[in-house]
Design a protein around this ligand. Structure first.
Ligand SMILES: *[C@@H]1O[C@H](CO)[C@@H](O)[C@H](O)[C@H]1NC(C)=O
Ligand SMILES: *[C@@H]1O[C@H](CO)[C@@H](O)[C@H](O)[C@H]1NC(C)=O
Ligand SMILES: *[C@@H]1O[C@H](CO)[C@@H](O)[C@H](O)[C@H]1NC(C)=O
Ligand SMILES: *[C@@H]1O[C@H](CO)[C@@H](O)[C@H](O)[C@H]1NC(C)=O
Ligand SMILES: *[C@@H]1O[C@H](CO)[C@@H](O)[C@H](O)[C@H]1NC(C)=O
Ligand SMILES: *[C@@H]1O[C@H](CO)[C@@H](O)[C@H](O)[C@H]1NC(C)=O
Ligand SMILES: *[C@@H]1O[C@H](CO)[C@@H](O)[C@H](O)[C@H]1NC(C)=O
Ligand SMILES: *[C@@H]1O[C@H](CO)[C@@H](O)[C@H](O)[C@H]1NC(C)=O
Length: 606
């Protein structure tokens, strides 16, 4: 086989010979494997040999522990280096692979006919991207790709159960995808109400008020329907004006071709924040992501996120990232879409930028177990790098309570809440990226007084250990559980989430010209992020650094400026789920923001 390739391809002779010698006699050894496709997926047909795969190869980051040390120091308000965020160049150097790694991987690629111009490197050289036909990928990875179909949704993807690499490469490659990853990264939005295009009836007499979580009077209608004004009233930011010019930016991410419709946005502004009417945002397309302005192409998730995010923070400039994740598709395949992983593309892009929005909200995710641990770790490292650069990275916690990370109304209960390792062990299903300890995760609340929204995703990671910043909070919660509670269903040593929460029900969104109520932690993430953006605004205007990674602050002092949610729970997996309690809990975290109190705290910090 080796000789055949040498004869077939016109490669620079020296490189090829060197490669051949390096890999000569080297055994192929399994790098990663899964026992079978996750629930819902079945093997359909062998993947066509000429279908092009965009393979991402993650190279190890030997200096990552140093980067992580920086992250903890610059994010800890009690540390002398608080706020001393890293530059793009510094971060890049700490994410870079060992030079030898790059050389060995290049030689391996050359051996398979891939020349320098066929290889794309990320700015830190830690990801290598190549586009190869399935046939060549199968040869390189000693594997067979198949088309897998999803029984309920009909989605198709090209994946494999296992792949191998020459033994000598194992220490030089963290992972290669798409291979074994079946994650679907659904948007965290509930579709309970919006399809009806009906507004909930508000029976409160106009002008009447009730007491909000901060103790002030708020419109009684806010107990029923959430608007920009309600959120500013509830979270005590009525009179705060942001700056358009102090360098602060709010980022909203979009995936799955979710487009944010500008006509809808302007209609939303007219109704909910007239001073923002006529303003615009920056749309950034990554990896072919769309922001199609046709009315029919509007995405409910993208509309919700941008309308409330930008609507709350105007005139802070807004950036909408739309990241595509589909390689070109072959029409002779009977498949609809080839969903690829999206986060590494987004991370590669933002980390290569000199300026990054200081606060970024994401309302997408999937079950942790559907994401290979190797991939989850690499993406989480990327989030850590963003934190080290001074970005507050914020995710929604999921809409399935302790259960499936995404609410699938059509998915029978008995298909949820089992391990996918072949053992079918009953378990709660944590959500990724929420389970990454280097991001801030937002759960959901409902009503006034606020109680936990019953869909609020919460639980414990099976991949990531509990970070020390949350030891006290989580141990105190675990001590409230009766001995043996949910034994075996959750991992008490794992990173626990959410960290915080916000209102998440009946957000009055404009969708295709209609006022459309939306539910889900998708509502909570952009809301909490908007208040973080306002805090960053206050700090920047005071000549201070942005807040960056929030959790060390939130768990040390920030929690004192949050409204503790002590009622409600997050049922799932045929259990009652966890309870919201006094202090931190895996339903609402430490609670919802009190902006004025938080502002006093963050302005008192270095
Ligand atoms: C915010 O701006 C409005 C409108 O310009 C103004 O009436 C209000 O006093 C400002 N609030 C503060 C706290 O500066
Ligand atoms: C996104 O748009 C691209 C380009 O129009 C298309 O090829 C792809 O199938 C779309 N993906 C989804 C998930 O709709
Ligand atoms: C608003 O911004 C979007 C995305 O950046 C752009 O496509 C559109 O043309 C802009 N609209 C106006 C009126 O400037
Ligand atoms: C935009 O969306 C419309 C409606 O879904 C579709 O007909 C059109 O082809 C899309 N445009 C592009 C450039 O993908
Ligand atoms: C808000 O609505 C809930 C549910 O309808 C109700 O139980 C609660 O009493 C209301 N709050 C106030 C302050 O009226
Ligand atoms: C969650 O609460 C809604 C009302 O807000 C209710 O209709 C639904 O049945 C509850 N779901 C569960 C699983 O308790
Ligand atoms: C529990 O979490 C730890 C990390 O905190 C992990 O090492 C371990 O494998 C997890 N256990 C299971 C059963 O997943
Ligand atoms: C939640 O609270 C209820 C009522 O106090 C209690 O019966 C139940 O055991 C608690 N559940 C958990 C998981 O702590």
């Amino acid at each position: 086989m080796l000789t055949m390739r040498l004869a077939l391809l016109s490669l620079p002779f020296v490189a090829t010979l060197a490669s051949a010698i390096l890999f000569e006699g080297c055994q192929q050894k399994v790098k990663e494997s899964i026992h079978g496709p996750p629930n819902g997926w079945y093997k359909y047909v062998p993947a066509p040999k000429h279908h092009i795969l965009e393979l991402k190869i993650a190279l190890p980051q030997p200096k990552f522990p140093v980067l992580e040390q920086h992250l903890w120091e610059v994010s800890d308000p009690s540390h002398a280096r608080y706020g001393a965020h890293l530059s793009k160049q510094e971060t890049k150097e700490l994410m870079a692979p060992h030079p030898e790694t790059l050389a060995v991987v290049r030689k391996w690629l050359a051996l398979h006919g891939l020349a320098e111009e066929d290889i794309t490197l990320s700015s830190a050289n830690d990801w290598v991207t190549i586009r190869v036909p399935v046939g060549l990928a199968e040869e390189m990875l000693t594997t067979d790709y198949h088309v897998y179909k999803h029984a309920q949704t009909g989605e198709s993807i090209i994946r494999t159960m296992s792949y191998s690499l020459p033994e000598i490469l194992h220490d030089h490659v963290d992972l290669i995808q798409p291979t074994t990853m079946f994650a679907r990264f659904k948007a965290f939005k509930s579709t309970l109400h919006w399809t009806n295009h009906v507004q909930p009836i508000d029976s409160s007499p106009s002008g009447s008020t009730i007491t909000g979580p901060a103790g002030n009077q708020v419109d009684a209608s806010c107990n029923n329907t959430i608007t920009v004004s309600c959120l500013r009233q509830l979270y005590n930011a009525m009179d705060y004006n942001t700056s358009a010019t102090n360098g602060n930016i709010l980022g909203i991410t979009g995936y799955l071709n979710e487009s944010t419709n500008n006509m809808d946005l302007q209609q939303f502004y007219q109704l909910q924040n007239p001073s923002a009417y006529g303003s615009n945002y920056t749309s950034v397309s990554i990896n072919g992501g769309e922001n199609n302005q046709s009315y029919e192409a509007a995405g409910i998730e993208a509309n919700l996120d941008t309308q409330f995010g930008f609507g709350l923070t105007w005139p802070t400039p807004g950036t909408f990232y739309t990241t595509g994740g589909e390689p070109p598709f072959d029409p002779d395949l009977l498949t609809e879409s080839d969903t690829n992983e999206p986060y590494s593309y987004w991370l590669e892009y933002v980390l290569s930028q000199d300026t990054i929005p200081q606060s970024i909200s994401t309302s997408y995710g999937d079950d942790e177990q559907s994401v290979p641990r190797s991939y989850a770790t690499r993406v989480c490292n990327g989030m850590a790098a963003l934190g080290a650069r001074g970005v507050s990275v914020i995710f929604s916690s999921g809409d399935g309570g302790v259960g499936d990370g995404v609410a699938y109304p059509d998915k029978p209960l008995e298909h949820q809440c089992y391990s996918n390792d072949g053992l079918k062990t009953p378990m709660f299903l944590p959500t990724f990226p929420a389970s990454c300890p280097c991001v801030t995760v937002v759960g959901g609340t409902i009503n006034i007084p606020e109680t936990a929204a019953n869909f609020s995703g919460g639980g414990f990671s099976n991949y990531f250990r509990r970070p020390s910043y949350q030891d006290d909070a989580v141990l105190a919660y675990l001590a409230t559980l009766a001995p043996g509670t949910y034994k075996g269903l959750y991992n008490s040593t794992g990173r626990a989430y959410p960290d915080v929460s916000s209102q998440a029900v009946n957000f009055l969104t404009i969708y295709q010209g209609q006022e459309t109520p939306v539910d889900g932690t998708s509502c909570a993430a952009p809301t909490f992020t908007a208040f973080v953006s306002m805090l960053n605004d206050a700090r920047l205007s005071a000549g201070k650094s942005p807040l960056g990674f929030l959790n060390p602050f939130l768990y040390s002092t920030g929690y004192t400026a949050l409204n503790d949610i002590t009622e409600g729970r997050n049922p799932g997996c045929q259990t009652e789920g966890f309870n919201a309690t006094v202090g931190w809990d895996p339903v609402t975290g430490y609670g919802t923001p009190n902006f004025e109190k938080l502002k006093d705290l963050v302005l008192a910090m270095e």
